[in-house]
Design a protein around this ligand. Structure first.
Ligand code: C2G
Length: 131
């Protein structure tokens, strides 16, 4: 049984999110997803996500490729989460390339290419035009 863990905000779900989760799952048998909390998001981006953490968690847990979800309270707790879920592999999009290499001591760390041409920020801007 190989366990994969990944992290993200997954706000305003789009095809880039789905693709990285499906590709991450293909590396193992069980996929665990840490959903960044609203507070963590605010500290990173100075704004709250469009969907609150409870809804982002419900949406991601409804996906067929996802086995378990939890709320990620801090970027610095990754090591604790990796151990808690006995994850063999940490997978992130390559916008985070190199950032989590320190966890190579406790698991495999893989960065996958992002899906081009789509992002939550872009979608929010697009939707605003219809306002
Ligand atoms: N992603 C992707 N293609 C896109 C957009 C996002 O592959 N076009 C990937 C990102 O690389 C990330 C995941 O989808 O691995 C989630 O992206 P975000 O919701 O933007 O997550 P982020 O805010 O980067 O939070 O602990 C890490 C952070 O919490 C990650």
């Amino acid at each position: 049984m190989r366990t994969v863990i990944t992290f993200g905000t997954f706000d305003v779900l789009h095809i880039g999110h789905i693709k990285i989760l499906q590709r991450a799952k293909a590396y193992g048998d069980r996929l665990i997803v840490g959903i960044s909390s609203d507070a963590l998001n605010f500290s990173k981006k100075q704004r709250f996500p469009v969907y609150p953490e409870s809804e982002r968690k419900s949406i991601i847990s409804a996906l067929g490729c996802v086995d378990e979800v939890f709320i990620e309270e801090s970027l610095d707790l990754k090591g604790e989460y990796i151990k808690k879920f006995s994850a063999d592999i940490l997978i992130m999009g390559d916008d985070w390339k190199g950032r989590f290499d320190n966890y190579k001591e406790i698991c495999e760390v893989i960065y996958l290419p992002r899906t081009e041409g789509v992002s939550t920020t872009q979608l929010i801007a697009e939707i605003k035009k219809y306002g």
